[in-house]
Design a protein around this ligand. Structure first.
Ligand code: S3P
Length: 455
């Protein structure tokens, strides 16, 4: 099992206006895929702007264990891949730590190899359902040799001599499931088809095409996507520039909106429409966000975001927006806690199976800090207090421990509540800030550089 550092609590305090220009680290989804596809493709892949968070580094280690050669030269990562179909059996279990994306996509990738691979992870990852990926892999002929109860890690996979191509309709809105099936299709003879009723982030499709995969996408009259991948084609190394992660930018972005007097610029943020649901929602809430220097960077739209403190109003966020902001609900809940009126977030069932049960973790964290909210099976309603009056869990009232947020090994719960403390009347404390390093190791330093009282 993976080593777990002792919990490191952190707190944030009401801050004066934030100001400055920052860059957030590279997009996590694109960074994972850069290591994976670069490690698989023939020849050399060079990556600039890679997120050097713990999750992504685990994916790099896994690719190395299967034959890829990865080295760092200054700010660039250089990979010599094995060639499609030529991964080798790892000598030891692949330890994915906290990383759902790395582990689920790699299960697809290696499931189609005639070899045995063992997957392990930390306490959070070991609780997450893997059946959503194992089910289609079983249909392709992959043997699940071992799995803990409910298709959870540790998991051992053994691929058949030749996997069978399938047509798979993804039963939940999940880019990870879509991607796992497509990656299994890379080493499968014939055409593997994924049918995606609700569009999710499309980085796998875009990037595989960039590496030379034959991939055809058709959207039918009902808006359902049919993604067809020709298996066993050649993938060729390339140069990748990873744009800033909108899911990380979300934290300083909301911080600037809720802390009076703030005026910041976040540079070079990925603006792929499958990732911008939070920005759309915040604009509806009355946020002042200006888009500057918009351009195309390696096939993805990027822009600088100029963000100023704003009086936010509650809105209803429709269920069909969830896939484009699935990782942003914890920080949206914090914006909602500081907005006028009620914000209703619908269609949140997938939040139950993230790094924590995020719907419950957010609701408990809000309550611990005096926010009036209602948690439903798949919705959250938050009634805000503009100005943060009475919010936070400071060292008064019912004792110093009253407001401590339980993060359940979830980086986004930790960051969201630390942002809340910058605008709440009393400080906000989280029980463990260690996991922030999985996706945004620079978080504390960048926030302090903007003037946030956090640490
Ligand atoms: C991701 C997909 C999403 C998201 C995760 C990254 C990806 O998960 O929550 O952080 O890179 O494919 P689901 O596919 O489970 O929604």
């Amino acid at each position: 099992m993976t080593h777990q550092a002792p919990p490191r609590p952190a707190a944030s305090h009401r801050s004066a206006g934030l100001s400055g220009r920052i860059r957030v680290p590279g997009d996590k989804s694109i960074s994972h895929r850069s290591f994976m596809f670069g490690g698989l493709a023939s020849g050399e892949t060079r990556i600039a702007g890679l997120l050097q968070g713990e999750d992504v580094m685990r994916t790099g280690e896994a690719m190395k264990a299967m034959g890829a050669v990865i080295r760092r030269e200054g700010d660039e990562w250089i990979i010599r891949g094995t060639g499609n179909g030529a991964l080798v059996e790892p000598a030891a279990p692949l330890d994915f730590g906290n990383a759902g994306t790395g582990s689920r996509l790699t299960m697809g990738l290696v499931g189609a190899y005639d070899m045995e691979t063992v997957f392990i992870g930390d306490a959070s990852l070991s609780k997450r359902p893997m059946g959503r990926v194992l089910d289609p892999l079983r249909q392709m002929g992959v043997q699940v040799v071992n799995a803990a109860k409910g298709d959870r890690m540790p998991i051992t996979l053994r691929g058949p001599k030749a996997t069978a191509p399938i047509v798979y309709r993804v039963p939940m809105a999940s880019a990870q499931v879509k991607s796992a099936v497509l990656l299994a299709g890379l080493n499968t003879p014939g055409v593997t088809t994924v049918v995606e009723p609700v569009m999710t982030r499309d980085h796998t499709e875009k990037m595989l095409r960039g590496f030379g995969a034959e991939l055809d996408i058709e959207t039918d009259h009902e808006g359902v996507r049919h993604i067809r991948l020709q298996g066993q084609g050649r993938l060729t190394g390339r140069t990748i520039v990873v744009p800033g992660d909108p899911s990380s930018a979300a934290f300083p972005l909301v911080a600037a909106l809720v802390v009076p007097g703030s005026d910041i610029v976040i540079e070079n943020v990925l603006m792929n429409p499958t990732r911008t649901g939070l920005i759309a929602t915040l604009l509806e809430m009355g946020a002042s966000i200006e888009f500057l220097n918009g351009c195309d960077a390696g096939g993805e739209d990027v822009a600088d975001l100029h963000v100023r403190h704003s009086e936010l109003r509650g809105v209803t966020v429709p269920a069909d927006r969830a896939p484009s902001m699935i990782d942003e609900y914890p920080i949206l809940a914090v914006a909602a806690a500081l907005a006028e009126g009620e914000t209703l977030m619908q269609g949140l069932d997938e939040l139950r199976v993230k790094e924590s049960d995020r719907l419950a973790a957010v609701a408990r964290g809000l309550e611990a800090n005096g926010v009036d909210c209602t948690e439903g099976k798949d919705f959250l309603a938050v009634r805000g207090r503009p100005g943060g009056k009475g919010l936070g869990g400071g060292p008064d009232g019912q004792g110093a421990r009253k407001g401590i947020v339980a993060t359940h090994l979830d980086h986004r719960i930790a960051m969201a509540f630390l942002v809340m403390g910058l605008a709440a009347e009393k400080p906000v404390t989280v029980d463990d800030a260690n996991m922030i390093a999985t996706s945004f190791p620079e978080f504390m330093g960048l926030m302090r550089g903007l003037g946030a009282e956090i640490g």
